[in-house]
Write a protein that binds this ligand. Structure first.
Ligand code: FAD
Ligand code: FES
Ligand code: FES
Length: 1351
């Protein structure tokens, strides 16, 4: 209390002092600047930041308008709980709550914002609550933090603070939210680990009536029933949560309220190093400023200007902030409708419109409902809280004003938008408000959009359509159609709109409308973003939807008014079959629900023994409170520098010259490092596959590291990197795709081949032959924490410490040593935790660490590397794209007698981790194809080198085989599950195609159980029924089995090591060679140690992975981490127990601490290493056979989807997973891996699409362009047992394919058709061929370069 008072006193004194200084400053500067005499000049900002111990009054001198809240919190205030995930508003990791006193409403408002886009100077007088502010493990957790942790909703924890803050803010505004509220609040937060279900499970406990999912039905005579009694579903106890007590919430600091009320003058002014910002209070002043500085941009939410300035280097010396002008924030309802101030946020607009839609008669609010439909999908909640929507609505009248010319009203039509992102507003003009009128009784309005992901994504195409019908008739009085996404700006198909006037709203109008649109909507083949054919198809399809919607609404109106339907013959029942109604229902986003079951431990197991029981992640509370430290959360080391990579802009070229001279003149620049600065080897060597650290003479891909700038700060390094000039001489050949590599015969060695039986002979005897191929695109890891490292030279003996986010600390250590020419014993890697890895932090991070270490070595100072999201995606690459070409022999009953498959992967420019072995070794999946040949070829192209990713080639290898099964079923006219069933391994003693023996009984059991739990046959019939009665929506259901090898096929990697220390106070420290990246390896290690040592888990701790403690550890990968590390920990603990045993037997009544103490005094070592020598797996590639895996896990998965044939949208309805993982050490963590892996697979096979330009430049470099699954992509019902991998996401792909086939069959098209992965909206729509796709003729004239390549 005393400390708090003292702190407040100091603050008061300091604040008064600053006030005096700033008035003085104002006086002096006002002599120089004309407009300064009317404004308060603030060289500092005041806002309050809440930390758990006290509220922190932040007084920032010299607040820089360029500084955003995220960097300010993390680097200046030292609150690192708020995370950097993308820096562009696209991931939600940096969500915080802002509270402000609203002078108009005389109330305090709370809302979430994206800290990475919020300039600090716009927060003058605001209270900012970060995750640290609401609770702490040192004081008390907030219920939101407690529940996400206990419900296992935090794996790597990197997204957790953002999730917590979104939920906390929701509860501040609505203590008893609905599920829909939760869905909306979390829509702008991405999680790459959990699959969202556990997060929802934790948060739904705040709902008034918690919604559950119906139990799966089983028939009374189901053979499953006895087994089901051994299952439980409670992953966490529901009765031990802290209650939510809103009275305990932080209050808005009264001093800020007083400050806000007292605020005087006309504006706030902030002067930065390069940029000045002025925030006027009055509209009149804003107009003056705009008149004087017409080129200065106006900002409110900063969600457009911010990313341009922060990420694209756009520079504005003066920025005007309009968020403080109350006139621009007013919302008024008049006779004719709503008038929204130009600085009203999208959320305010949404709230107002939602209110009126409920309160006002339906007819008047058609336009508002259309607006709402679009608003709810636009960006995430945080962006909608910040961004203004004034230019968003396309049906009102904006009012704009200038100082000189007064006010004018502008119709909101296509003329308002001059070009991409540009309006016809004059530079000095300010938008005041927008009128959004009520719809009239005979006006019909609709809005449509289709995006890569249903929510939180920019649309490919959106449309607003309005028709006014002459009262009591069906004759069109006026028609407006606007499209966004068919050109650089808003497009109105004028001819269509004119020609359809005075016509009857009937079938003829529809046909004529479509015909006119075909001519009128000109989508250039070179349109930014590509997809010209798809966009055009959508434009016509949307019109079709509109036509039907209007028909329906007119019918309702006619019904209501009892008008004789003879008035409008055009709309008879015959024209509007019931099955067409399906075109109108948009997919409803639902909150994922599900039931997770796992096996009970034996009743005899002591309650203190947590092995086999669902236990919370060791660091879940720390992650939920923001206390968990990731590498970039570590405080600055004295004298620390920052490094920024300079990468190649050419795909294949000779480096003529590298000129850093301009960069070296930039402020803060310290040095430039390149190949010549590497004291040791400028090379990363991995199984004889070399890759240069810095390109020396030649570059082989865009994104290859050529050099790096080292500066005093990140911003300085980023700016300087742009000034390094590289001269190239382009070389040939240059190609990027697998097909081109095949043409150039450009391959890496060795190629792989595995064969059983006599494929060529068997193909001759088969009843049918099928030759086809399937392409599968790559995938970006999109771990939420980008790659990075801090290299700290120790100052003697060339020692260096590295704090690094790596899955393979030993490899990083080795490579750094090689680059520095220093022995490994002088290099120590520390890995506390990773914010997700998924295989992407094994290889590239070693190179980045070596480069950073070279910079630290050269400067003698600590150097920090933290890749920005765009650079991370460009440099580190991801999962290999694959092309599977196959020739299959099959019989009429679906039996496959022979298959000859060649796998081509795109390896990129160097071999890195080829993963081809795993693809070929997994190609048989669960099928006994007697004659099977697989060849694996890694193509060498001029792209960044692809690397390991969860599943490691398995998802690609299995996908090709499942495609074979699917296509054979289609050709045989059999259900796909039947063909899978008859080809399955059945004999107890079975052999894989590489001659490894295994027993498939558990796989068959999983398969049967999965189909039964999923109620497959009944649902298949229901799907068929649905499809027969819905023309424009189709459903599909699909199931696949899986056999997956665990462990490394390179036998020597199957080893684990651990070090266990017992201290005199009885506490235990477990160290091992694995790395914690959310999978819970530390938690499991502690559970194992607790069982063996018989001490509670609370006495055991795992601090970090450190190469100084456990040397030469294998990477944490191949699903083998827990197996290897767990056994090593067990081994070490057993050694210790053997040493303590005599003392325990001698004094059985003693406590653990007493035995430990006794051992110390008897000079018994209380430290032991443990080692696990895994199985001797190996493959003889000459013979193509061997014991490739330690063992196999088995499973099966069934998914059902619905597609919209007109838009290509799809909805994941339900997924059931059954997996046999043997004895789970921690079912909660394993189920977490299940669902997380599955949802990653959903992304892989449906929405995640990497786009490369024809020049080999990765264009999808952030969450705005690359969409990973969000909450809306998780199946509405997700039931699971066990640990399935990513591959189960393919069930969604095959279900989509089945649904498309249903649509095609109905249209008389073949149900065999190509579909590559991912099954994006574009591919779904274009495969559902119909009259509209035909109208969008292919945009190729042969000369036009494609927008992007299928690499
Ligand atoms: C992650 C993310 C996702 C997004 N998703 C979508 C999406 O799905 N769909 C979509 O349409 N948009 C999307 N956006 C864009 C966002 O909605 C727009 O950027 C937003 O409407 C702009 O509002 P703002 O206040 O943040 O703009 P600011 O950056 O503050 O300013 C935007 C522009 O408007 C001008 N301006 C602002 N007020 C006035 C005024 N009163 N008079 C004259 N000019 C003015 C400014 O000078 C500037 O040029 C997304 C943005 C982000 C960062
Ligand atoms: S870091 Fe701010 S939204 Fe991603
Ligand atoms: S726990 Fe959500 S990203 Fe890792």
């Amino acid at each position: 209390m005393l400390t708090k008072r003292f702190f407040n006193y100091i603050y008061e004194v300091f604040f008064s002092f600053l006030l005096v200084v700033h008035w003085l400053f104002k006086f002096i500067t006002s002599l120089f600047y004309k407009f300064f005499d009317r404004i308060i000049i603030l060289s500092f900002i005041v806002f309050v930041c809440f930390s758990s111990l006290f509220s922190l009054q932040v007084v920032e001198k010299n607040a820089d308008p360029e500084e955003v809240l995220l960097s300010f919190l993390r680097r200046k205030v030292g609150l690192t709980g708020t995370k950097y995930g993308c820096g562009g508003g696209g991931c939600g990791a940096c969500t915080v709550m802002v509270s402000t006193y609203d002078r108009n409403q005389r109330t305090v408002v709370h809302y979430t914002v994206i800290a990475c886009l919020q300039p600090i100077v716009t927060l003058h007088g605001a209270a900012v609550v970060t995750v640290e502010g609401i609770g702490s493990t040192k004081t008390k957790l907030h219920p939101v933090q407690e529940r996400i942790a206990k419900a296992h909703g935090s794996q790597c924890g990197f997204c957790t603070p953002g999730m917590v803050m979104s939920m906390y803010t929701l509860l501040r505004n609505k203590p008893q939210p609905t599920m829909e509220d939760i869905r909306e609040a979390l829509g702008g937060n991405l999680c790459r680990c959990t699959g969202y279900r556990p997060i929802i499970d934790g948060f739904k406990t705040f709902c008034e009536s918690e919604v559950g999912v119906e139990q799966t039905c089983y028939s009374p005579d189901s053979p499953l029933n006895s087994y089901l009694h051994t299952l439980i579903t409670e992953l966490f106890p529901m009765d031990c949560f802290l209650p939510l007590d809103p009275s305990q919430d932080l209050i808005f600091p009264p001093e800020l309220m007083i400050m806000e009320k007292k605020v005087s003058g006309d504006a706030l002014y902030f002067q930065g190093e390069r940029v000045n910002l002025v925030a006027p209070f009055k509209l009149s002043h804003l107009l003056e400023l705009k008149a004087e500085h017409p080129s200065a941009p106006l900002i409110v939410g900063n969600t457009t200007i911010g990313p341009k300035m922060l990420l694209k280097g756009v520079y504005h010396p003066l920025v005007i902030y309009a968020g403080r002008i109350s006139e621009l924030k007013a919302v008024t309802w008049g006779e004719t409708g709503l008038t929204v101030g130009a600085a009203c946020s999208l959320s305010t607009l949404q709230k107002e419109v939602e209110k009126v839609v409920v309160e006002t008669e339906e007819e008047k609010t058609r336009g508002y409902r259309a607006l709402l439909q679009t608003l709810r999908c636009l960006a995430g909640k945080q962006i909608r809280n910040m961004a203004v929507g004034s230019l968003f609505d396309k049906q009102g009248h904006p009012a704009a004003q200038t100082k000189q010319h007064g006010m004018r009203s502008i119709p909101l039509d296509e003329k308002l938008f001059a070009d991409f992102g540009k309006t016809v507003l004059r530079p000095e003009e300010v938008l005041l408000s927008i009128d959004i009128p009520y719809t009239k009784p005979w006006e019909f309005v609709a809005a449509y959009r289709q995006a890569q992901r249903r929510e939180f994504a920019f649309s490919f195409l959106n449309a607003g359509m309005k028709v006014a019908i002459k009262e009591g008739t069906d004759v069109v009085e006026s028609l407006s159609i606007y499209y966004g996404g068919v050109g650089p700006t808003l497009v109105k198909p004028k001819l269509t709109c004119q020609q359809l006037v005075s016509r009857s709203w009937g079938e003829d109008l529809l046909s004529e409308g479509c015909r006119l649109l075909k001519e009128d909507v000109d989508v250039s083949p070179s349109i930014h973003g590509g997809r010209a054919e798809f966009r055009k198809t959508l434009a016509i399809s949307f019109f079709f939807k509109f036509y039907m919607q209007v028909v329906l609404e007119m019918r309702e109106r006619v019904g209501k008014l009892r008008i004789m339907s003879t008035l409008w013959d055009g709309v008879s029942d015959a024209d509007f079959p019931l099955e067409y109604l399906s075109a109108l229902k948009p997919f409803k986003n639902e909150v994922p629900q599900g039931q997770q079951s796992f096996q009970l431990v034996s009743e005899a197991q002591p309650s203190a023994d947590l092995v086999g029981r669902p236990s919370m992640h060791q660091s879940a509370f720390q992650q939920a409170t923001g206390e968990a430290k990731y590498y970039d959360d570590l405080p600055l080391v004295q004298g620390e520098l920052f490094i920024f990579m300079v990468t190649s802009t050419r795909a294949h070229a000779k480096i003529i010259n590298i000129d850093p001279s301009e960069a070296l003149k930039m402020p803060g620049m310290v040095t430039f490092v390149s190949a010549g600065d590497v004291p040791g080897a400028n090379c990363r060597l991995w199984f004889n596959n070399p890759e240069e650290l810095f390109a020396e003479e030649e570059v082989v891909c865009v994104g290859q590291i050529i050099g790096a700038v080292v500066a005093e700060s990140r911003e300085q390094a980023r700016r300087a990197a742009k000034e390094v000039h590289v001269t190239y001489h382009d070389l040939q050949p240059v190609f990027f795709t697998i097909e081109d590599a095949i043409r150039h015969e450009s391959y890496f060695e060795p190629k792989r081949k595995v064969e059983r039986g006599d494929v060529d002979e068997a193909l001759k005897t088969a009843e049918h032959i099928l030759e086809d191929e399937i392409y599968m695109g790559g995938q970006e890891h999109f771990y939420m924490e980008t790659q990075g490292v801090i290299a700290v030279p120790k100052g003697e003996h060339e020692e260096m410490d590295l704090f690094v986010a790596t899955q393979h600390a030993a490899f990083t250590q080795e490579l750094v040593g090689m680059a520095l020419g220093v022995d490994s014993n002088k290099i120590t890697c520390h890995v506390k935790r990773l914010g997700g890895g998924f295989g992407g932090k094994v290889m590239k991070i070693a190179s980045l660490s070596a480069i950073t270490a070279v910079a630290a070595h050269k400067t003698g100072r600590a150097v920090r590397c933290c890749l920005e999201r765009g650079d991370d995606m460009l440099i580190t690459s991801g999962r290999h794209p694959f092309l599977g070409k196959y020739k299959v022999g099959y019989n009429n009953d679906g039996t496959i007698v022979a298959a000859d498959i060649t796998y081509y992967s795109n390896g990129g420019s160097t071999l890195d981790e080829s993963i081809m072995d795993k693809a070929v070794l997994h190609m048989d999946n669960g099928y006994k194809i007697p004659n099977l040949r697989g060849r694996g070829v890694v193509c060498k192209t001029y792209l960044p080198s692809y690397t390991a990713f969860r599943g490691f080639g398995g998802p690609q290898g299995l996908m090709v085989m499942e495609s074979v099964l699917h296509e054979v079923a289609v050709r045989c006219g059999l259900p796909a599950e039947k063909v899978r069933d008859i080809n399955m391994y059945r004999e107890e003693q079975s052999y894989t195609h590489h001659k490894q023996p295994f027993n498939p009984t558990d796989m068959v059991r999983c398969w049967d159980e999965c189909l039964e739990r999923a109620n497959y046959q009944d649902r298949l019939r229901a799907v068929q029924l649905f499809n027969s009665s819905n023309r424009w929506k189709k459903r599909g259901i699909s199931a696949v089995p899986q056999k997956f090898g665990v462990g490394f096929s390179k036998g020597f990697c199957n080893q684990g090591a651990a070090l266990v220390n017992i201290y005199k106070d009885g506490s235990v420290l477990v160290t091992h060679g694995g790395t914690e990246m959310g999978q819970g390896i530390n938690t499991k290690a502690i559970q194992i140690a607790s069982r063996v040592l018989k001490v509670p888990v609370s006495s055991i701790f795992t601090k970090e992975t450190c190469t100084g403690n456990v040397p030469n550890a294998a990477p944490s990968a191949a699903s083998f981490g827990t197996d290897a590390v767990g056994m090593a920990v067990k081994d070490a603990c057993e050694k210790l127990m053997r040493r303590l045993q005599p003392l325990m037997e001698k004094n059985p009544q003693n406590t653990w601490k007493q035995w430990v103490n006794e051992a110390f005094f008897q000079k018994t070592s209380l430290s032991a290493t443990g080692f696990f020598m895994g199985p001797p797996t190996d493959v003889d590639w000459e013979k193509g056979e061997g014991q490739a895996y330690y063992y196999f896990t088995f499973g099966a998965c069934c998914s059902e989807v619905e597609i919209d044939c007109l838009t290509g949208d799809h909805k994941n309805i339900r997924t059931d997973i059954v997996m046999d993982v043997g004895k789970s050490i921690n079912p909660a963590l394993d189920i977490g891996q299940v669902e997380g892996g599955f949802v990653q697979g959903v992304g892989l096979y449906t929405i995640e699409e990497l786009q490369f330009s024809p020049d080999g430049v990765l264009m999808t470099r952030g969450p705005s362009q690359y969409k990973v699954p969000a909450l809306c992509d998780v199946p509405a019902e997700l039931n699971g047992i066990g640990e399935p991998p990513v591959f189960f996401g393919s069930t969604i792909f095959f279900a989509i394919k089945a649904a498309i086939a249903a649509a095609r069959t109905e249209r008389g098209l073949g149900d065999a058709f190509p579909l590559s992965s991912p099954a994006t909206a574009e591919k779904i729509r274009m495969a559902c061929q119909d009259e509209f796709t035909k109208m969008a003729s292919p945009p190729t004239d042969g000369a036009m370069a494609p927008w992007c390549l299928d690499v």
